[in-house]
Structure formats: C-alpha cells, structure tokens
Design a binder for this molecule. Structure first.
Ligand SMILES: Cc1cc2nc3c(=O)[nH]c(=O)nc-3n(C[C@H](O)[C@H](O)[C@H](O)COP(=O)(O)OP(=O)(O)OC[C@H]3O[C@@H](n4cnc5c(N)ncnc54)[C@H](O)[C@@H]3O)c2cc1C
Length: 389
C-alpha cells in the first residue's frame, strides 16, 4: 500500500498488492489528500457537498470502476476496495458518494437494465456528467424492505408510482433515481429521471453525521413512467440486495481508511503531548491502546483483502460480506473512540479529524444493513435458523 504511516508499514500488507492495485490506491490517495482533505473540516461543519468533485472522480475512472463496458474502468475488487479505503481516510462522505453512484445506481443499471437504459445512463454516470441515486429505504423502516409501501401500478402501457423514500443519498442532486416499488408481480426496479412530474426530493438537514454528503426524503405523487422505465431483469428483492452487496464490499475497505486516519493522528500526537514529564506515547497504557487498535486494524485489512480475492473469483457470498461489514465497521468505531481518548479534550474539536470520523461511522454502522441485521444474517448461517422475526 502507498506507504506513509506506521499503521501501514508494520505488517507489510503492501507486498500483497499488484502494481496496478498500487496505482489505483496512489491515485485515490492523491485525490483524497489534495482535493478532499484541505476543506473537509469546513465542509463538514457547513454541510457542503462539493459537486465539482463528481466529474473529477469520473475523470479518474473511480465511478462504477468495478463494472465493465459503457465507460466503466473494469478494475478488480482490490483496486475498488483501495479507492474506497483512501477516500474514506479523508471523509466517509466521498466514499459514500462513490458507493451510491457506482455500486448502487450504476450496478442496478449494469446488472438489470435494458441495453437502452444502459446506453442512456451508464456512460454519463461513469464520467460524472450525471448523478444517480438508489431509493430502497422508506420512512417506515429500512431493515425490512419487504414491507415497503411505495407502489407502482400499471396504467395501460405506463406505470404510475406513488409513495415515499427516506435517507436517499444524493436525491436532490441526482439526475436519475433507481426506485424500488411493490407491484402486482412483487418488488420491481424503475429508472426514474428526476425531472419527471410527480418526483420531489427534500434534503434531510439535521444530521450530525455525514455532513459533507446529501441524504434526502423522496416523494412520488402520481408519477407516470413509460413501460421502458422498468428494469427488465430485476425481479424481487434479490436485485437491490445484489447492488447492496457491492456497496457493502466497499464499506469493508472504506471504514479501515477512517480507522487508519484516526490511528495515525493519535500516534503522531502521542509523540509530542506530554504528561507527568514524558510523552504520553511512552506510557504503557497508551501503547496498549495503540497495540490493540493496530491488531484490529490489520485484521480488518486482511479480511478486506480476503473478501476481495473471493469477489474476483466470483465466489463471495452475502454472509461473507456480513462478516466484513459487521467486523470492520465495529472495529473502526472502536479505533476512532480510542483515538479520541488519546487526543482527550482536543479530540472533540474540529482541529483533528477523529470526532468527524466517529460521527460518520455511526451512519455506516446503520446503512447497508445495521449491526443487528448482519448479526442475524450470520446467526442464520451458523445455526440454519432465521431469527429476524
Ligand atoms: C447516512 C445514511 C445514508 C443512507 N443512504 C441510503 C440510500 O442511499 N438508499 C437507501 O435506500 N437507504 C439509505 N439509507 C437507509 C439505511 O439503509 C437505513 O437507515 C437502514 O437500513 C436502517 O433502517 P432504519 O434507519 O429505518 O432503521 P429500522 O429498520 O427502523 O431499525 C431500527 C432498529 O431496529 C433494529 N432491528 C430491525 N430489525 C431487527 C430485528 N429483526 N432484530 C433486532 N433488531 C432489529 C435495527 O437494527 C435498528 O437498530 C441511508 C441511511 C443513512 C443513515
């Protein structure tokens, strides 16, 4: 891995990467440090989403980079993971952007779209000329999407969409929304241009997490769509779940980036901050915090690498992704909390990135399946008994 901190060098994981993977990582790190980091504290504070970054990420080939064709880069899973890792080391908002645009909206079109839908949307989503969103969660709850109330009804050849969605990333800036709705044939997906009459998006303003990112309420009121808006290959909830698996894989990597940043900042600070006449990094209790965090960080990275190999081999299962999402988010939160304790009072300020990462990671713990949902997925895999209900 592009090496510049002790948390990256000690275990030598860099040796496990190919030159191509290192190149993707270096590109993402340059973007993260030169474009995102300089303004991120203020962007977080003022809730600014920098629209100009979208085309820049597109120009770097980082949008839908795991897909092939229609302008997508066709990169391998480790490369995609490393990009997520570096972007999230700067801020979760920009890894989230790449996840929503690339893994959710673009994956839905690439896996389930008609040739015309792909042609119309994928090239512009890959360059960042257009923005996409993915609307599954509803105000009544996200953990059980089978209970969704949004409905698409046939009207002659057309479909009419009614209902609402909540927490939809990029809803107010998106050009196209992938909307999941109940129909007489079960859950189906629809490609909805956001300028269609009857579509309304409203920003959720009162967030204390992911403030440099946009999440929205969406409302569909008598929204009429042509028959060609239906994603022809998406039948049932397995379709959105396939997209969510791509995004969850990116999270497994991304949160380790946030963890690395927290660990690095705390270690650096411990070298100069003095207490009782010596640097706090020379105290055994501080060293234990670092050693425990570092071990979890490295285990998280190894898990991410392992899942990437399985993904490229085409054998990665949802349960394996649940292991990664549950473990790595949980450990990243622990590491951020450890770093906050080392920074102590200063740790709660915007002078350091730690509290921002901590707040962001709380969103990541909830979206793409909560801790509880992934725990139940693993419980079912281990016991062969579902305990969701
Ligand atoms: C910042 C952010 C961005 C998001 N982006 C998107 C997006 O782009 N598109 C989209 O569609 N959605 C998005 N979401 C929605 C996200 O996926 C949901 O918030 C998530 O699925 C949880 O749903 P909920 O918040 O409605 O909680 P609920 O489903 O109401 O759950 C409440 C609590 O009950 C627990 N629970 C639920 N079922 C069980 C059970 N069987 N046993 C024990 N506990 C249980 C949950 O784990 C949770 O702790 C986003 C959310 C956030 C916060």
């Amino acid at each position: 891995m592009t090496v510049n901190s002790v948390s990256e060098t000690l275990l030598g994981l860099d040796a496990l990467l190919t030159d191509d993977e290192r190149e993707w990582q270096a590109k993402a790190r340059t973007f993260a440090t030169q474009r995102i980091s300089p303004t991120i504290e203020k962007d977080f504070e003022d809730a600014i989403f920098r629209r100009e970054f979208v085309a820049e990420l597109g120009a770097q080939g980082m949008l839908g980079m795991h897909l092939t064709g229609y302008g997508a880069a066709g990169a391998n899973a480790t490369s995609y993971g490393l990009v997520c890792y570096e972007l999230e080391a700067a801020d979760t908002a920009w890894r989230t952007f790449v996840s929503v645009q690339g893994s959710l909206a673009m994956s839905a079109l690439a896996y389930f779209g008609s040739p015309e839908q792909k042609e119309q949307w994928l090239p512009s989503l890959a360059t960042g000329a257009a923005i996409g969103c993915f609307a599954l969660t509803e105000p009544t709850g996200g953990s059980d999407p089978a209970g969704m109330l949004t409905r698409a009804t046939r009207s002659g050849d057309d479909w009419v969409l009614d209902g609402s969605k909540r927490w939809i990333g990029l809803g107010t800036v998106a050009d196209v929304a992938i909307v999941w709705a109940q129909t007489d044939e079960g859950v189906r997906g629809f490609v909805v241009p956001t300028d269609t009459p009857g579509f309304r998006a409203v920003n959720i303003e009162s967030k204390h997490s992911l403030r440099a990112s946009i999440q929205c309420d969406l409302f569909f009121n008598d929204l009429r769509l042509p028959a060609s808006a239906l994603l022809p290959e998406a039948r049932g909830l397995s379709a959105p779940f396939r997209c969510l698996n791509d995004a969850r894989f990116g999270i497994v990597w991304g949160v380790m980036g946030a963890a690395r940043d927290c660990l690095d900042v705390a270690i650096e600070r411990s070298k100069t901050r003095q207490a009782f006449g010596k640097p706090i990094g020379a105290m055994q209790l501080t060293q234990q915090k670092f050693a425990d965090s570092f071990v979890e960080y490295e285990k998280g990275m190894l898990l991410a690498l392992h899942l990437a190999k399985l993904k490229d081999a085409g054998t990665l299962t949802p349960e394996q992704i649940s292991v990664g999402k549950l473990n790595n988010v949980r450990e990243a939160i622990q590491i951020a909390s450890m770093a906050r304790s080392v920074l102590a009072g200063d740790g709660i300020t915007g002078d350091f990135p730690v509290m921002r990462h901590m707040n962001n990671l709380e969103s990541v713990r909830t979206y793409e399946g909560t801790d509880e949902v992934h725990t139940l997925v693993l419980g079912r895999a281990l016991t062969d008994q579902a305990a969701f209900r």
